[in-house]
Design a protein around this ligand. Sequence first.
Ligand SMILES: [Zn+2]
Length: 309
Amino acid sequence: MGLVTSTEMFKKAYEGGYAVGAFNVNNMEIIQGIVEAAGEEQAPLILQVSAGARKYANPVYLRKLVEAAIEVSGLDICLHLDHGSDFEICKACVDTGFTSVMIDGSQHPFKENIALTKQVVDYAHDHGVVVEAELGKLAGIEDDIVVNAPNATFTDPDEAVEFVEKSGCDSLAITIGTSHGAFKFKSEPRLDFERLDTITNLLPGYPLVLHGASSVPKEFVDLCNQYGGQIPGAQGVPEEMLRKAAKSGVCKINIDTDLRLAMTASIRKVFVENPGWFDPRQYLAPGRSAIKAMVAHKMKNVLGCSHKR
Ligand SMILES: [Zn+2]
């Protein structure tokens, strides 16, 4: 047991036609809920830390919590930096024990993205750490970065091949229609599976990554709405589409928004039903249980990674 890279996980996922879940973590209860689910499901696990999480919790707290989770659960866990924006932040995470980092150079022109990614790859590989890169611009909101739908661009398959060859990245986040946040589609959800298959065929055996892949289940949106506050018109990626992507070259699927919705819905319910409660444990424990249930559901029914440890 220990902190591991995603290399073996992706190899098995590719061969087995499933995807590994990468779940965003921000505090102890979220980490506990996810790790308990992974233990019960006997599923491979990636925990990821975004820039917003680092700002909120301090990366040292999060890393120590993940180390505690490994000690308590006996699981192997990959600790991943989500959306590193520059070389320095990736280097800092490599230096402090992360086993995987993402360099997101997708905002830069193609050649600059390659050069930046290669710089991170060279440093990370020297330290036994793997690198995820991104090609194509995802729409939606990631922390403070907002990309409007008209500025989003899908990943060009030929560019993807050139990018992987020249940068040496270990996995690649591609854009085929998913987006960050709870509002992904104005009308019918549509993913470009033709593009995904083309990229998979051009890069056989190579692990692809889907960001912005929360399903925003209606029951949780309804729960949130039922217990105060409105999250109107939220629209996620249907789970059967994710299942289909996991059977193609997609080996890692990021899930964040669905965890937020599950936790918030359960906490709102507690407050509405028990207005006199004020012990944080009384609402954080149900929040933790809701996270656990959501993660177990994803592993079993969406990612297909239960019992693949
Ligand atoms: Zn993302």
